[in-house]
Design a protein around this ligand. Sequence first.
Ligand SMILES: Nc1nc2c(ncn2[C@@H]2O[C@H](COP(=O)(O)OP(=O)(O)OP(=O)(O)O)[C@@H](O)[C@H]2O)c(=O)[nH]1
Ligand SMILES: [Mg+2]
Length: 327
Amino acid sequence: MDSSEAPTLQIQDWVEQIRSGEMRAISHAISAVENGEPEALEILRQLFPHTGKGYLIGVTGSPGTGKSSLVDRLAAAYRKQGRRVGIIAVDASSPFTGGAILGDRIRMQRHSTDAGIYIRSMATRGYLGGLARTSADVALILEAAGKDVILIETVGVGQDEVEIVRLADCTLVLMVPGMGDDVQTLKAGLMEISDIFVINKADLPNAARLEQQIRAMLSFAGTREGWTPPVVPTVATENKGVEELAASIEGYRAHFASPARRDRRQRERWRQRLMEMARERLVERVLEEQIGEKRLLAYADAVARRERDPYSIIEEILRQVGLSQQR
Ligand SMILES: Nc1nc2c(ncn2[C@@H]2O[C@H](COP(=O)(O)OP(=O)(O)OP(=O)(O)O)[C@@H](O)[C@H]2O)c(=O)[nH]1
Ligand SMILES: [Mg+2]
């Protein structure tokens, strides 16, 4: 065998193993994506034609609202229906509650003997390719591995996290009673992306009040393509409201199942992802490979001291890589 053929064959084997759902092959591929290893791109390319059938559910909300607990329950409900489940927990080590790591550990133990469920935690820092793209790629791997439902848990605080749930087919925003000004704390960005509102910890006082507030807010926001986000109360710790939530998700899925709607959403999603991917690759190529951190710092110094203006520096950089329009 020619040595140049060896890696290709290996990758083909690897891809086959992922597609048959082998946990170690899946984990290995996810690590390759996370670490930006060179073979990751080839794996993703080969897996891509086998994606597109999984349903991505984004679960977001402030720290400690019960996202992990609820994801755990939803996963169990889907398993009962015989569906294969993937879970991506982004930033499972929230510094705010401290409960999450323990919670995730318990969850992993509970499902550890079930081959139909794959759970992966990802820390938020240190991804070469950016968090949103990395988790999108991880979701593609899980889809190719035959997961029917993929749950992505993320703390809805930063732009990155909002980007992540934007990838989802359906996004749940968790709120809990008695958190400050309740609905006032709901960021406009989250409002825009929420397909279903979940009032978790509905066992706590003031759950009904929160529900009223959300409904009042929704009556101003109106419907999107004929869909008004339902408000579903749950008690994740007691497994209450989980069936109802699964039914709401199913309702949402059915609502957007028409080919025209689905195609429009898919096209919009890929338009955004293509732009992000292009931006990222261009920045990587131009700044890291052509300019370098040292030169970048020197430019920044010059601008900060007002010795140069940033506009002509960008022109200069583009000229160097042959992309300038001004010649
Ligand atoms: N009373 C009550 N407590 C709950 C409920 N759901 C979760 N909790 C508790 O809330 C705490 C946080 O739950 P998690 O599931 O870790 O919340 P999270 O949103 O994943 O937290 P982070 O990932 O740290 O942002 C834990 O102590 C849970 O037991 C609920 O419905 N009612
Ligand atoms: Mg959590």
